[in-house]
Design a protein around this ligand. Structure first.
Ligand code: ZN
Ligand code: ZN
Length: 138
């Protein structure tokens, strides 16, 4: 039993690796296709164990939660049109200034998410932004 559980957890982890930044719906869809024998409850159970173990992290990007296998610290760019998520390595970012309002606190982590339109979508999409008065999400 233990062994079977481990195998299923590995499959969930593999699926996240392959998909990159799946939502839970995308993960379930993929698992149903590749491993139809693994039940929904099993997927959720293994996902929460992976989160607890720190092998997978859950990120809130805009309106959706995505899952990602833990790798080196990086940031994300999210395309609002095709929902494509691009990883931005840390070394591509300039030094980050810590605002003086929080300087006295112990900072353990931080995150940035860029929202916009990817190069494929931007040609067709630019006009949409003018119509909406959107707040900047950071
Ligand atoms: Zn796009
Ligand atoms: Zn990522």
């Amino acid at each position: 039993m233990q062994r079977r559980n481990t195998l299923q957890r590995l499959r969930v982890k593999e699926a996240i690796d392959v998909l990159g930044h799946p939502t839970s719906d995308e993960l379930i869809l993929y698992m149903n296709k590749t491993h139809p024998d693994v039940s929904l409850a099993t997927i959720y159970r293994n996902l929460s164990i992976l989160l607890e173990d720190g092998a997978v992290i859950k990120l809130k990007l805009g309106n959706s939660n995505i899952y990602e296998a833990v790798k080196e610290k990086h940031y994300h760019f999210v395309c609002r049109e095709c929902k494509n998520i691009i990883d931005i390595p840390l070394d591509k970012m300039n030094e980050i200034m810590i605002p003086k309002e929080i300087m006295d606190n112990q900072i353990v982590d931080h995150d940035f998410v860029f929202f916009g339109y990817c190069k494929n979508c931007k040609k067709n999409i630019i006009w949409k932004e003018d119509e909406k008065n959107e707040e900047v999400c950071m």
